[in-house]
Design a protein around this ligand. Structure first.
Ligand SMILES: Cc1cc2nc3c(=O)[nH]c(=O)nc-3n(C[C@H](O)[C@H](O)[C@H](O)COP(=O)(O)OP(=O)(O)OC[C@H]3O[C@@H](n4cnc5c(N)ncnc54)[C@H](O)[C@@H]3O)c2cc1C
Length: 492
């Protein structure tokens, strides 16, 4: 008998397992895979850092704290794969043309999250980070069963009973059974509990409908150097964009470039689901050809990646956005990115998952079980995915027009700034919601601005600036900034 069974040992399941086990709970973690293994979803954010630091302090896990900043991570865990992320950079490309900017940065946007390298956010090499957290959960006392398929999930006598079996060759070994009053589903897109419990899918209610073709590459060129050679230094202020999450905005979608150390980079292209389904039709063997043909459309990206080579087979997910109608119930809960996920644009996944670890750890460790809080958690998570979808889908809807894309992205950043400032004042995700989803005035103002942007009228930074002034403490809508913003995040 356990206190909690966690399905999924990726970073969120493992971190929750570590916290609960370190606080004396009997925890079982079951995963169908084995560490270390490749995982996509690598670019972290200031919100994620703030939550990580808070989790380390609240649950007295000094070994977790260094992961909250690039500098402390390098000093403490130099061998744990990580990249430096000074902020978010966006560059507008037109098919068949080389990237070209103006002195006023008409084709780019740089938003600095941190003021220094040491205080930077990070890109997580997930194979390393997930394995590290899983190992720490086991060290703290969690029982971790990797390489095990979940065979059945049942509720009996106010307990969850999970039957699972280790993979043996092409089949399964003998079944084992475990029970606990609480079950946490951290299986991400695996959706283990939703399938077993017959929970309704809300996928078709989401506006964002994209897929991604991605991989890890060696030999990716320097975007800053390429631009310097072309006589354009605008990519290096207020930070070098090679030290950031690069978003190359394209027709219908975008490309991400995230650098780790040792000449390794995560590179992926996001396109509408219909396009990605076409790519999938050729089978996995055809993906490198698809990749090369796609790159040929954008000469500056073709230059940037001319010497690159994938270090593992490319991956393709034709449709990324998904959402279940329920994220908690009698003794069970899903972590946020199991309940739903929208899209990689603006990197919400890691922070949202960590916010779920924060909330579920508090609920599971409380002196007495808070049934109302447990139900409220699930409803909040479903609502937060819909809120992310509203903001992210606006960016896609206006993407062909880079000025409007920048404004749509700014609406998203206003929500992140509100949330980060909330954490800075001691608020939690429970009180303010993820991405300030419970901040009703902010939500109403951003929703109205969204409607104006989508209506295609005269939505300009000047018009939105006055109306959104109460929600723009760092001047993200100030046209005088010429699309360069220094240090938006709060310091810890
Ligand atoms: C293309 C793409 C790019 C992304 N980029 C970013 C980004 O840059 N920044 C960001 O913040 N987020 C990003 N995300 C989101 C990010 O990947 C997720 O938020 C993150 O992986 C969630 O982690 P997790 O620990 O909750 O679950 P996951 O990483 O999804 O792990 C689920 C675990 O459950 C296990 N599992 C699955 N099914 C079962 C089962 N039936 N039984 C047992 N075990 C099971 C799996 O083996 C795995 O270990 C991206 C997502 C995609 C699809």
């Amino acid at each position: 008998m356990y206190d909690t069974i966690i399905l999924g040992s990726s970073f969120s399941g493992s971190l929750l397992g570590w916290i609960l086990a370190a606080r004396g709970m009997r925890v079982l973690v079951v995963d169908r895979g084995r560490h270390p293994r490749f995982a996509i979803g690598e670019s972290s954010t200031p919100a994620a850092d703030l939550i990580l630091a808070e989790l380390a302090a609240r649950h007295r896990l000094p070994e977790l704290a260094p992961l909250a900043r690039w500098g402390s991570w390098q000093a403490r865990y130099p061998d744990l794969g990580c990249g430096k992320k000074r902020g978010f950079s966006y560059f507008h490309h037109r098919p068949g043309e080389r990237f070209c900017d103006t002195p006023d940065h008409a084709a780019s946007l740089l938003v600095a999250a941190s003021a220094t390298d040491a205080g930077s956010d990070t890109h997580w090499l997930r194979a390393d980070v997930d394995a590290f957290l899983c190992e720490r959960s086991a060290r703290a006392g969690a029982i971790v069963r990797e390489g095990c398929a979940v065979v059945a999930i049942e509720r009996q006598e106010r307990c969850w009973k999970v039957r699972f079996a280790a993979a043996v060759g092409d089949g399964l070994g003998p079944e084992e059974q475990a029970s606990a009053p609480f079950l946490v589903d951290a299986t991400g897109g695996g959706g283990a509990s939703a399938t077993a419990l017959g929970i309704k899918s809300l996928d078709d209610t989401l506006h964002t409908r994209c897929g991604a073709l991605f991989g890890h590459f060696a030999g990716v060129g320097s975007w800053d150097r390429l631009q310097e050679m072309a006589g354009n230094r605008s990519t290096t202020s207020p930070f070098r964009s090679d030290d950031a999450a690069q978003h190359h905005c394209l027709d219908g979608g975008w490309m991400w470039i995230l650098r780790f150390r040792d000449d390794l980079a995560s590179v992926g292209v996001v396109q509408p689901t219909g396009v990605c389904q076409g790519w999938a039709a050729g089978g996995t063997g055809a993906l490198e050809g698809v990749w090369r043909r796609f790159l040929a459309t954008y000469p500056s990206l073709a230059d940037l990646l001319s010497a690159s080579r994938p270090v593992r087979p490319l991956g393709l997910i034709p449709r990324i956005s998904r959402l279940w109608s329920r994220a908690s119930g009698e003794g069970f809960a899903m972590l946020p990115t199991t309940a739903g996920f929208v899209d990689p644009l603006h990197s919400t996944g890691i922070a949202h998952a960590l916010s779920g670890v924060e909330r579920l750890a508090d609920l599971l460790l409380a002196e007495s079980f808070d049934e109302v809080g447990w139900e409220a958690y699930g409803a909040a998570v479903v609502d937060e995915v819909a809120w992310i979808d509203l903001l992210v889908s606006t960016c896609y809807a206006v993407l062909p027009d880079f000025d409007r894309f920048r404004l749509a992205s700014t609406l998203f950043f206003l929500a992140t700034v509100a949330a980060e400032r909330g954490y800075g004042r001691g608020e939690t995700t429970t009180s303010q919601g993820f991405l300030a989803a419970r901040n009703r005035p902010l939500r109403a103002a951003l929703s109205a601005a969204r409607a104006e942007l989508l209506a295609g009228g005269e939505a300009t930074a000047e018009r939105l600036r006055d109306r959104l002034a109460p929600f723009d403490p760092v001047g993200l809508l100030d046209p005088a900034a010429r699309h360069r913003f220094a240090h938006t995040a709060v310091d810890k």
